[in-house]
Design a protein around this ligand. Structure first.
Ligand SMILES: [Cu+2]
Length: 69
């Protein structure tokens, strides 16, 4: 199953992580999310029909633009 590591500069606290997790878990195919508020990074495990593009677009839409690292 693919895992992407993302830099998400707008993460500032655990509330951000909760909001992001809620939003991403609504996408079919997202299997796991772990985030580090200190590093402003997250790991997303996913499978079809989810794609990296869908994940990045969703994060952009909720104002947490992300960059794969
Ligand atoms: Cu926050």
């Amino acid at each position: 199953m693919p895992v992407i590591k993302l830099s998400v500069p707008n993460i500032s606290c655990h509330h951000c992580i909760k909001a992001i997790t809620t939003e991403l878990m609504d996408i079919e195919g997202i299997r796991d999310i772990s985030a580090d508020a200190g590093k402003k990074e997250m790991l997303v495990t996913y499978e079809s029909p989810a794609t990296e593009a869908v994940i990045l677009t969703t994060l952009q839409q909720i104002n947490y633009p992300a960059t794969p690292i």
